[in-house]
Design a protein around this ligand. Sequence first.
Ligand code: ZN
Length: 139
Amino acid sequence: MSYLPPGVPVPQANPDDQPFWDACARRELRIQRCTHCGRFRHPPVPFCGECGSGGIEWAAVPGTGTVFSYTIAHHPAHKALKTAVPYNIVVVHLDEADDVRIVSNVIDASPEEIRVGMPVTLAWDEIEGGMFLPRFRKA
Ligand code: ZN
């Protein structure tokens, strides 16, 4: 069962992030990394902000991290979320991926449990259309 109910708009891939979503479909968390300087970056972009190289690889990361920031939504941002409030939206600082942070949800924590610095681990969440989103559980 998905963390959020059916009817929420699903992510639409673009040429820069298509490999990210392709990896998610295989339940692999892969983050874009520069082949010249080795710096991770997310969201995906065509050139490295550190060295300017256009060299790209998609590196697997462990899927562990900590909550960098969060909010608790009490007002549904979409009509499909009417029954889901309150739900959390977290920014997770991923381990072993420089300063990469991804926006997600912690699927097994009450709003009162979420804390900055809380350790979390990847939990694949299947949504409509057989798509998998990287979400997190309490570690
Ligand atoms: Zn670089």
